[in-house]
Unconditional design. Structure first.
Length: 149
């Protein structure tokens, strides 16, 4: 039975909201200089922020890690799709990293590597911590050599 996992967009959305708030505050501080365009500029900042929030949600839906009996399939991309089929036996290293903001929201970045690659075979940010445990446990159970740290 195959299990699919998606990243959680909470960290990306939080970053966009913080940047939107900071830009709005900067525009408001400069209200004497920008008096004629103050409100249209603030509305524009929030509309751009909304677009970036929507992009974060879309990007998280178009990134999937599917685990089945013999291998995993990683798919990413909205316009151009990248697919990586990786047998469990080829996995040499697994890890996850949690930054400060990721830790606050209970997510982390999953890294899965194979022998001979210069870059990580799979790099998936903002995966829920419970999903990370399931993914790493499944890899270990199915023969991957990753250490899960």
């Amino acid at each position: 039975m195959a299990h699919s996992f998606h990243p959680h967009p909470v960290v990306a959305v939080t970053k966009v909201i913080i940047m939107t708030l900071l830009l709005s505050a900067l525009v408001f501080v400069m209200r004497d200089i920008l008096e004629r365009i103050l409100y249209p500029l603030i509305i524009s900042v929030w509309l751009v922020g909304l677009v970036f929030v929507l992009i974060a949600f879309l990007a998280s839906r178009f990134q999937t890690l599917t685990l089945d009996e013999n291998s995993m399939l990683f798919q990413s991309g909205i316009l151009a799709t990248r697919r990586i089929m990786l047998p469990y036996a080829k996995i040499t290293e697994t890890s996850y990293v949690q930054g400060l903001v990721q830790r606050a929201f209970g997510v982390g970045t999953l890294n899965i590597d194979t022998a001979g690659g210069m870059n990580m075979a799979i790099h998936m940010p903002d995966v829920k911590h419970d999903d990370l445990k399931k993914i790493l446990g499944e890899i270990r159970a199915k023969g991957g050599n990753g250490d899960g740290t």
